[in-house]
Design a protein around this ligand. Structure first.
Ligand SMILES: *[C@@H]1O[C@H](CO)[C@@H](O)[C@H](O)[C@H]1NC(C)=O
Ligand SMILES: *[C@@H]1O[C@H](CO)[C@@H](O)[C@H](O)[C@H]1NC(C)=O
Length: 233
């Protein structure tokens, strides 16, 4: 988990630098004597490989080509979601703030589409016994890109929040749960919340965001996740 996060941090750094060169770096690019090392990896495949390695692609989502990176921060605890890092439960009690970026184009794509962000737990009650899975923790619709303002981190409901943020609270002795943020693209003007958080209302183990997205003609374009476990194991 740790090495992935580190690699990702590196990727994002490289990505930021190559996308928005600072004045000094711009000079370096124009100077033929200085070699700029081009990244040989792609953020899309790094994200996809990590999702596959942790069975997020499989248990939660069908295989897909990530075209957006979702940045998620919990500002009050200074924790950041980094593709499978461990975050303490008490650090995620308030709504996170987030943004998402198109990976393949240097600037944020000007597209006339809307997005929906969901948070789901495929490991309720535990990864070994997912009898309540998936548990729906959050759904925000009507998101556009770029997002002008981060959503408020306070508990007030906001337009587009069709499922209120339920802070992750894995029960004692149930191991680490994967908490998966999923970014969906498609018409979100008329979305309804699932009937229930448990199984996203579908009444079957391991049913959830995949079914809901399909039912509402939404396309999965990005995902990010963290691990959290109860202190009592
Ligand atoms: C963008 O979407 C809105 C709402 O769906 C629609 O009214 C508008 O015509 C679209 N604009 C373009 C340029 O496609
Ligand atoms: C999303 O936007 C549409 C059209 O702008 C609006 O009718 C709808 O109520 C919004 N949904 C939510 C949950 O705020």
């Amino acid at each position: 988990m740790f090495s992935t996060s580190l690699a990702l941090a590196g990727l994002l750094l490289v990505n930021t630098v190559s996308t928005f060169p600072a004045p000094g770096e711009q000079q370096a690019i124009n100077n033929p004597e200085i070699t700029i090392i081009e990244p040989e990896f792609s953020l899309t495949s790094t994200i996809r490989d990590t999702l596959v390695a942790n069975d997020v692609i499989g248990d939660v989502l069908d295989d897909f080509e990530p075209s957006y990176y979702i940045e998620v921060d919990y500002p009050s605890s200074h924790e950041k979601v980094l593709l499978g890092n461990d975050i303490p439960v008490d650090a995620v009690s308030k709504r996170p703030v987030f943004n998402f970026y198109s990976i393949n184009s240097p600037s944020i794509e000007a597209k006339n589409s809307t997005f929906t962000l969901a948070l789901t737990d495929p490991d309720a009650k535990s990864r070994k016994k997912p009898k309540w899975s998936e548990m729906c923790h959050w759904i925000l619709t009507n998101l556009t890109t770029p997002i002008p303002e981060p959503p408020p981190e306070i508990h007030a409901a906001k337009p587009g929040e069709i499922m209120e943020y339920l802070p992750p609270s894995p029960p004692p002795k149930t191991g680490a749960h994967r908490y998966v943020f999923v970014l969906l693209e498609g018409d979100s003007s008329n979305l309804k919340a699932p009937d229930d958080r448990k199984h996203w209302g579908y009444g079957k183990v391991r049913h959830g965001v995949r079914d809901w997205a399909e039912e509402n003609n939404l396309k999965v374009v990005g995902a990010n996740f963290f691990f959290a476990e109860n202190e009592k194991q």
